[in-house]
Design a protein around this ligand. Structure first.
Ligand SMILES: Cc1cc2nc3c(=O)[nH]c(=O)nc-3n(C[C@H](O)[C@H](O)[C@H](O)COP(=O)(O)O)c2cc1C
Length: 167
């Protein structure tokens, strides 16, 4: 079971939370690789062979960053995303900074690609994850407290992918 995490990260917060998700995925017995589209070449073969794809973005102007939108819209075209399990997460500065809008922008695009989208869910109890996990950047206490939620999200996402697609 391979799961890919594709994110854009300029100052490191989104990339760090991608690392927490990857840890959760691995705890569930699946494989995870992270690609920061700002610095890394995305391994097309890995994405093609992955059953799940999680997209991460900083919140800019209460939205996902344009680089993520472009990656999904243009660069992912040859990657056969249809039918994969998809999810999204965001980091932001303000509690009211638009991170939910950023996540929903991405989930909408993944639906257009024909993917199955998954939030991590509220029905498993705490932590309740509404649309996808969110961390506020390092300026406040919330940042380190968020790490466990991102790991739980990774575990839930991998468990759902294993349930749907097997090993
Ligand atoms: C140009 C710009 C626009 C931003 N707009 C928002 C915003 O609308 N809402 C918000 O809460 N934070 C905003 N931020 C803060 C970032 O979302 C936050 O610091 C994020 O964690 C950065 O991610 P990174 O460290 O992975 O690059 C903005 C930052 C920049 C540089």
């Amino acid at each position: 079971m391979r799961i890919a995490i594709v994110c854009y990260s300029l100052t490191g917060h989104t990339f760090e939370m991608a690392g927490e998700i990857a840890r959760g995925i691995e705890e569930e017995g699946a494989e995870a690789r992270i690609f920061n589209i700002r610095t890394d070449e995305v391994d097309a073969e890995y994405i093609r062979s992955a059953s799940g794809l999680i997209i991460g973005t900083p919140t800019y102007m209460a939205s996902s960053v344009w680089q993520v939108k472009k990656w999904i819209e243009e660069d992912s075209r040859p990657l056969s995303l249809s039918g994969k399990l998809g999810g999204a997460f965001a980091t932001a500065h303000y509690a009211q900074g638009g991170q939910d809008t950023a996540i929903m922008d991405i989930l909408g695009q993944l639906l257009v690609k024909g993917m199955l989208v998954y939030s991590g869910g509220g029905s498993f109890g705490l932590p309740i994850i509404h649309h996808g996990p969110v961390a506020l950047d390092k300026e406040g206490d919330h940042y380190d407290e968020s790490r466990e939620m991102f790991r739980v999200y990774g575990r839930r996402f991998a468990a759902k992918a294993l349930e749907l697609f097997g090993k």
